[in-house]
Ligand binder design. Sequence first.
Ligand code: ATP
Ligand code: MG
Length: 307
Amino acid sequence: MKIDDSLLYDFESGLDPQHLNRSAIPATIVGYGEISAIFQINGNEACVFKRLPLFQEQAAAAAYEAMYHEYSNLLIQAGLCLPEHETRIISVPDRPICLYIIQEKFKGERLCNHLVRTSDESYSLLLMEQILSHIHKIWIYNRQASQTVELAIDGQLSNWVYSKPQGNGRLFYIDTSTPLYRKNGVEQQNPELMLKSAPSFLRWIIRLFFLKDVMTRYYSPKLVYTDLVANLYKEQRPDLISSAILLVNRFLFDEYEPLTQKEVDHYYREDKLIWTLFLAFRKMDRFLTTRLLRKQYEFILPGKINR
Ligand SMILES: Nc1ncnc2c1ncn2[C@@H]1O[C@H](COP(=O)(O)OP(=O)(O)OP(=O)(O)O)[C@@H](O)[C@H]1O
Ligand SMILES: [Mg+2]
């Protein structure tokens, strides 16, 4: 990948996170993360830039960068395909230090959420099966007897790209910017960093009630599969849910009770409520920060999301 470092520095210097159209170097948002915003920057059409405005110090950004590369390499070892990627740390005076994760850019129409929305039943289920078999590789990796590393994965449809450059398609996993993995049972991600994107007035309650749940759910095969199937509601394909449940139950290890429609519905209702509330509170926090405190709010929030 060809990355122009001075372009990236100029982009960060000229960026007003709340008024992207006033940005000195034009850019478009291609996706929103809970923590990162994902840009395409004019002048580089081949890459996406994931901006993490999280750090007070260079050393903290460098530690996150190392963790990112380690997690990416472990996912590859476990058998996943990742897009080409690189990182840069950008430090502009009087701003938080940003880590940029740069990935090869895929066409929006190759994202699996888009494919599942627009394809017929048999193709969509084939894609679901492919995704399940890739997630399954992670659990197999974690279960190797000699293994001291445990990987987590967020299996949502929007985290997968089915690309077919020449002929045969390949499934890529793109959501690598929030590494979650344990070494000898110790979580490597710093939960306080994940809390940075949450409103300050909510952090204590999230720390108390939700953080552990959010940090552990991606290690659980059944919860990751449940999340993926519940995702079909968000992608407006409830018609695929019963068949997807049958697929999941083929992959689920014997120690789990089979997944049921009731569990999927319950999970979906709860998850939708939590994320809708969370986004509403972040918008309130943005209002307080920019209008009342007259400070810069670093995160870029999506508009209304149909869940
Ligand atoms: N390499 C890419 N090519 C094209 N689009 C991408 C690429 N990476 C991300 N996107 C778009 O941005 C969306 C969010 O990206 P990603 O999954 O990496 O972030 P996220 O889910 O918000 O992660 P996090 O919360 O960890 O920051 C994707 O679903 C997709 O629409
Ligand atoms: Mg994602």
